[in-house]
Design a protein around this ligand. Sequence first.
Ligand code: AMP
Length: 150
Amino acid sequence: MAIYQSILLAIDLHPNCDDLTAKRAFDMANQCGAKLSIIHAVEHINAYGVAQAYPTVIDLEDQMLKEAQEGLAKLAAKYNIPADQQFVEIGSPKNVILNKASEVKADLIMVGSHGRHGISLLLGSTANAVLHHAHCDILAVWLDDHQHKA
Ligand code: AMP
């Protein structure tokens, strides 16, 4: 039996980092014959705890959601990931990634070593939080600072 059957790739829509992590996940899924799903979390805009009460903030979040769906679909198309395996959800990246992992019964979660929240750290805060709370294997794709700055 293949070592992994369901791989969840977490993508932060950083233009220079996603492609490398997506390529690694694609290759891993191909080699294992695993299903590859892809997730991006759109974080709530925090306006002193009352963000959701402002219609303009809700509009902005809807716009961010739409743009994220487009960005994810573009990346997914490049790696032949079907629409029903692409997910964009609002919430904290850690919770969104972990909830989706249990929903798709992921036996491997792939993340970038550090992204928007972790430049210059060995492991970014999202990657670290996922690592500490996941119930399956985690693979962090090493991204160096060049990728963030390029
Ligand atoms: P960070 O820990 O935030 O520096 O980012 C490290 C990795 O966590 C990224 O390369 C992604 O794999 C994942 N990640 C971070 N933010 C998000 C997000 N909003 N949605 C999905 N994955 C994310």
